[in-house]
Design a protein around this ligand. Structure first.
Ligand SMILES: Cc1cc2nc3c(=O)[nH]c(=O)nc-3n(C[C@H](O)[C@H](O)[C@H](O)COP(=O)(O)OP(=O)(O)OC[C@H]3O[C@@H](n4cnc5c(N)ncnc54)[C@H](O)[C@@H]3O)c2cc1C
Length: 311
């Protein structure tokens, strides 16, 4: 069970602890698990542990997902954003720019799919990067003609038109948050460029019938890695820049906080959330961070293992 001081530390952070959820059995598992993790001296990136050890711990962790249940925060923010991927962080920054106090909540430690993505932003209409590559004559109307044919009825005309009109500004906005894009054009056809190129034809712009309705222009803007890593998937760099900007302007972030219910007020509007949260002070929190960050890799390893016949 949570100790009085642990509950107090949640209160200090602004959580209202509603209920203590750990059963005695779960408490035993937690103790055993924590002891095991310390025995292995796992650091945040879990580089010290073998696959088998981590996998065993993941299994254990999944039997103990949460520690306490929390409800509305004592000091209610104007806006609560659920999910700290690129969509959530962008919404949070936009709300904060309008003067709102914002809290972002994530069941993991932020990043989501965005941080494992290729980091390619589809943008055009005359971005600075397109101009460097010799395609400065792309216009919002030209981009819109291409996309209208590509997306069909999946997106409304009004949304598509706004997306194209705002596209140059979107890239500039991301740059203002620290993301980096360049105009080095990939000369060959590819679904994803190697790390030396940051602009490419990511769609069917050059193929007919698209090239009949719109001048082909490269619009795949791949974010540049913050540090030379040789990696071409730069979603994490893009997300990290946006995330750090958000923290910098005072947006609060709560990790390992799993939203389970939207609470409606009498008019049916969302008035709050119910979520489960893991204390950032708990040793488990550090391990949870390391394990969730490596989850995709672990999953891939597990799949490879399953597919490989026993010798
Ligand atoms: C391998 C791969 C490569 C890709 N490459 C590209 C690309 O180059 N360009 C492109 O445009 N698109 C790409 N995509 C698609 C793109 O990554 C996604 O469309 C985009 O990241 C979605 O962003 P998001 O913010 O909506 O969601 P996410 O980034 O997934 O964020 C959602 C967040 O919500 C949190 N969450 C969910 N439920 C809860 C809950 N109940 N309580 C609290 N938190 C919760 C999750 O933990 C997560 O952090 C790629 C996708 C994949 C898989």
């Amino acid at each position: 069970m949570l100790s009085r001081s642990q509950i107090d530390s949640f209160h200090e952070r602004g959580y209202l602890v509603v209920q203590n959820l750990l059963s005695p059995h779960e408490t035993d598992i937690l103790d055993e698990w924590t002891t095991e993790v310390f025995r292995h001296g796992c650091d945040e990136d879990s580089g010290m542990m073998s696959y088998e050890e981590i996998n065993g711990l993941v299994h254990w962790a999944s039997s103990l997902k949460t520690i306490i249940e929390a409800s509305f925060m004592c000091t209610k923010p104007d806006v609560i954003v659920v999910g700290a991927g690129l969509a959530g962080m962008s919404a949070a920054i936009a709300a904060a720019a309008q003067g709102a106090s914002v809290v972002v909540i994530d069941r993991g430690h932020g990043g989501g799919t965005s941080a494992v993505s290729g980091g390619v932003v589809y943008a055009g209409g005359g971005t600075r990067q397109q101009a460097i590559a010799g395609y400065g004559d792309d216009s919002p109307e030209n981009m819109c003609r291409y996309l209208a044919l590509e997306v069909g009825s999946a997106v409304s005309d009004a949304t598509l038109s706004t997306f194209c009109r705002e596209s140059v500004h979107m890239i500039e906005w991301l740059e203002s948050l620290g993301a980096k894009f360049e105009g080095t054009l990939c000369p060959f056809r590819t679904s994803f460029p190697t790390s030396q190129y940051s602009l490419y034809f990511s769609g069917n712009e050059k193929a007919r019938p698209f090239s009949d309705v719109a001048r082909p222009a490269p619009r795949g803007h791949r974010a540049v890695a913050a540090h030379q890593s040789g990696m071409s998937m730069t979603g994490r760099d893009l997300w990290q820049a946006v995330f750090e900007s958000a923290l910098h302007i005072g947006i609060k972030f709560h990790a390992a906080s799993w939203v389970q219910e939207l609470r409606l007020d009498t008019r049916g509007a969302v008035g709050g959330i119910r979520f489960r949260v893991m204390s950032p002070d708990a040793p488990l929190f550090r391990v949870h961070k390391a394990l969730t960050r490596n989850a995709a890799e672990l999953h891939a390893m597990q799949k490879t293992k399953k597919c490989t016949p026993e010798p």
